[in-house]
Design a protein around this ligand. Sequence first.
Ligand SMILES: Cc1cc2nc3c(=O)[nH]c(=O)nc-3n(C[C@H](O)[C@H](O)[C@H](O)COP(=O)(O)OP(=O)(O)OC[C@H]3O[C@@H](n4cnc5c(N)ncnc54)[C@H](O)[C@@H]3O)c2cc1C
Length: 410
Amino acid sequence: MDDVRGDNACRIRARVAGEPVIMGGAMQRFEVVIIGAGLAGLQCARILAGRGVSVLIADRKNDLERPVHTTGIFVRRTLEDFDIPARFLGPPVRRVVVHSPAGRMLRLESPHDEFRIGRMGELYVELLRQATQAGAEWLPHAHFAGSRKDDCGGIFVTLDTGRRASTVQSRYLVGADGASSSVAASLGLSTNRELIVGVEEIVVGAPLEGPPTLHCYLDPVLAPGYIGWAAHDGRELHIGAGGYAARFSPGASLAEIRRRCAADFDLSRARVVERRGGRIPVGGVLAKISCPQGLLVGDAAGAVSPLTAGGLDGAMRLSRYAAEVLATAIELDDPRVLMLYRGRELKTPFISRQWKRRLFARLHSPLLVELGCAVLRTPPLSRLASQVFFGRGSFPEPDRAVLQRAEQTK
Ligand SMILES: Cc1cc2nc3c(=O)[nH]c(=O)nc-3n(C[C@H](O)[C@H](O)[C@H](O)COP(=O)(O)OP(=O)(O)OC[C@H]3O[C@@H](n4cnc5c(N)ncnc54)[C@H](O)[C@@H]3O)c2cc1C
């Protein structure tokens, strides 16, 4: 595998950023500029570049491997529907243990490989390699500093690379810049309002015996509106806590989850090798995610399950669709195609998950959660718990017929 972090990255950087993007007095032009090289931006970049679209992908990070903010748990549907090379995935996980506030356990076992923890830094680097190999330009250490419409229906995008700000011209701008998207604000699109925060540590040195397991700690004080977790796949142990920021102290909760999971893992020789954290939008797909100048993907579009707060599946699926929409708009030379990329229809399948989230968010009493856990341990209702963890739900697939009709009528 070529290493895009080494010489290649420097070459690409020198070409795109070193003498930046304004060269010989002429402003560089792209068909699509993507801000953000997380899973959503990289997926969009490599598909567009593969279709012959000229793409610039820029990120404020210098090194895609650090910092990573996700645990990286991929669910079965994503693993089945997307070709993620096995070398970037840990061993499969089939077992979930749900811990009540008082420490009572509900063990769930699936006959299928349900989850795999992605080696996310390495996966990002590989996706970038594929994108640049297909022709995409890569600009690291570049902060999105704003955009404005040009006179020909395109957009000027300003990128701050530290030494100076550079402006590139693009037909379309893609906001793949995460939960608090500056691109969304700049394009006048919807922005995420309901967010939770998550923090985690990757720990080594603890013997990881027994089958790979995802431990979930339900406690509305420690993890209000979400969960604490300890995920081990036999190779890595991720310990984390998440919840509504105003209702807990993430650091203190993480310490308590670590203390609780000492009952399941011998942490006496454990050492933290990486800390991760970030905000997760849980309000569902945003209503306005496109305009004639561009669109949003991934967390920026709110493409996260409101119930489980999993966003990797949404990042993969929505970005694939966004790339199809953009490629069609470019082929037809018609920016109105972007108006087919609508959040409202994608939001509808999430309505029941959004109600469950509202209910979950309102559970403030540990006693009530303890009671709920007791009910879930009864055989008919433990199926409901299995449904949440092992259900085959994924981010909704958009209706591609609309896009095909646009192509045919042109
Ligand atoms: C602690 C935690 C654990 C999680 N665990 C899971 C999990 O196990 N499974 C799951 O499915 N989901 C999980 N999620 C959610 C999941 O990580 C996200 O939904 C997913 O990573 C979103 O990908 P993205 O590409 O849209 O955004 P991001 O991964 O956030 O990428 C955005 C990129 O944009 C860049 N950027 C931001 N602003 C700018 C700017 N102004 N200029 C230039 N670049 C910019 C950032 O540097 C970043 O590289 C977790 C989230 C958190 C916080």
